[in-house]
Structures are given as structure tokens and as C-alpha cells.
Design a binder for this molecule. Sequence first.
Ligand SMILES: [Zn+2]
Length: 113
Amino acid sequence: MHEFAVTKSILSIVLEKAQDVNAHKIMKVDILLGRLTGYIPECIQLQFKILSHNTIAAGANLVFHQPPAKLHCRKCNRDYTTDSLALTCPRCRTLEIDIQSGAELSVESMEIE
Ligand SMILES: [Zn+2]
């Protein structure tokens, strides 16, 4: 249930943005969710449904964008991407890697009325 805190912050971000433009309802929220965060979209969606009850974000459709994580192997000096949480270099199996992207979590855009 560690999605709870993060969902709460997503909700407060979208409510604040909606308030800035005097929106009446939030229809859709695009969220960039790096694969390495380990957050499960379905859990965030569920928590959002509960937390947004009685707000203008109630019933909003959350759309998650999960680009592959970008990694760099220090041993064979190679860039690679992964869709899973298995971070080891596919060539030399080392864990001596640098994470270049994949840990992002942000509200990209939203549709309001
Ligand atoms: Zn390697």
C-alpha cells in the first residue's frame, strides 16, 4: 500500500492545477510513471478513486505512460533499456550500472471541463 502517499500527492497536484484555471471537473490525467519506481498503476488508480471521492477529480481517468528504463553498464560501457525490474546488464550480467531514467513520476497533462 505504499502507493497511498504518492497517490495523495498526485491528487493534490491535479486539484491545485484545476483550481488555477477554475475547472469544474477533471476528466483525464496523464501520468508519467517510470518503471523503476515499482508503483503499480492499478493500485494508484484504486487509491485515486477512493481519495478523489467528493472532489472535482472524482471519476477521472488516469492514463499511465511507462517508458522503458534507460540504463548504462559501466563494465562494458553500453546503454540499454529494460521493461522489468531486472536491472543487470544483459551482456555481462553485472550490476555495476548507472540508472539514466526510469524513476520519474509526474503529472504530464490533464483534461478538464
Ligand atoms: Zn555490461
